[in-house]
Design a protein around this ligand. Structure first.
Ligand code: PEP
Ligand code: MN
Length: 336
């Protein structure tokens, strides 16, 4: 981090600033030019509040040279993190996984039919929402604890590990048998939730917020990792833009960029990313080509009657066809 001082600061003011910085365990390097004085900070600046320095009278500007995230930064951890979901099911470091299933758990029969079919098509992980974050309070809110019991039964029957979304940390004990805990787009910046999940040893699927930057996503992952949990999978699921022809704008460039910035695995959700079942396969293929470590796909046995997100849900057959296409391009996927 570099602090640029205003013209001709009094030495006393410089001394006060320098001793304040040293109290924060930072080494300072002062460069006095003809008209400008610059202070370089050496050490871990991730905990330094840039804004409070900027408000000081003698400071003209502050620039970060290092990223504000450390644990998730690839610079400090060059090897890919491999998330071990259950024995034999890994994501990252060359391990590609597809998570598939309904948007919402509706009944045991529904989940079982979908689970058996997506497994036969090659999905490794079953998804299903039990606690649903809906825009309208009058829309189906999910089956709650009963939904998690249904997922548990499907896991027992098929052997597939399961992923489901948590919305409130008070429900954490219900997620004991859930293999991956999902933090949805709307909760990406629920920092109390992230801190608590950081204290667990469960794999966490962290979805990018609707209007979140790549750096904000990485800072949210940093919250989880700072708590001691490094089993984090990032998910690009589309962001809000001016475009209304699709539900969101799927940011495929986030995949190679995230993989450059962080060692964590990155997957893509083209279902929420487009909101349109016809666009799911081409965007899934694009995500794979761009180097994603996996996909999350919404699949329903009867999309027309789905209680949630039917328009973006693939039929069982369409999912099988997507998996065939993915298998063809996977060997040619971009590798950094
Ligand atoms: C979901 O995966 O069911 C979901 C609600 O996704 P998102 O948080 O990305 O909207
Ligand atoms: Mn959904």
């Amino acid at each position: 981090m570099v602090i640029i001082l205003r013209d001709n600061p009094a030495q006393k003011q410089i001394d006060t600033l320098v001793s304040w910085l040293k109290e924060k365990n930072l080494d300072v390097h002062i460069v006095k030019g003809a008209g400008q004085t610059i202070i370089g900070l050496i050490g871990d600046t991730s905990k330094v509040d840039m804004d409070s320095i900027k408000t000081m009278d003698i400071v003209e500007d502050v620039k970060r040279i290092q990223e504000p995230y450390k644990n998730v930064n690839r610079k400090f951890h060059p090897d890919d993190t491999i998330v071990a979901v259950v024995p034999g099911v890994k994501i990252g470091g060359g391990n590609f996984q597809v998570m598939a299933g309904p948007c919402s758990v509706e009944s045991l029969d529904q989940v079982l039919e979908i689970a058996r079919s997506v497994k036969a098509s090659g999905a490794g992980i079953l998804r299903g929402g039990a606690f649903k974050p809906r825009t309208s309070p009058y829309a189906f809110q999910g089956l709650g604890a009963k939904g998690l019991d249904i997922l548990k039964a499907a896991k027992k029957e098929t052997g597939m590990p399961v992923v489901s979304e948590i919305m409130d940390i008070s429900k954490l004990s219900l997620f004991e048998d859930v293999d991956i805990i999902q933090v949805g787009a709307r909760n990406m910046q629920n920092y109390e939730l992230l801190k608590e999940l950081g204290r667990t040893h469960k794999p966490i699927l962290l979805k990018r917020g609707l209007s979140s930057t790549i750096q904000e996503l990485l800072m949210s992952a940093e919250y989880i990792m700072a708590g001691g949990n490094s089993q984090i999978i990032l998910c690009e699921r589309g962001i809000r833009t001016f475009e209304t022809a699709t539900r969101n704008t799927l940011d495929i460039s986030a995949v190679p960029l995230l993989k450059e910035l962080t060692h964590l695995p990155v997957i893509v959700d083209p279902s929420h990313g487009t909101g349109n079942a016809r666009l799911v396969k081409p965007m899934a293929m694009a995500a794979v080509a761009a180097g994603a470590d996996g996909l999350m796909i919404e699949v329903h046995n009867d999309p027309v009657h789905a209680l949630c997100d039917g328009a973006q849900s693939l039929t069982l057959e369409a999912f099988g066809s997507l998996m065939e296409s993915i298998a063809k391009i996977l060997p040619f996927a971009y590798k950094r």
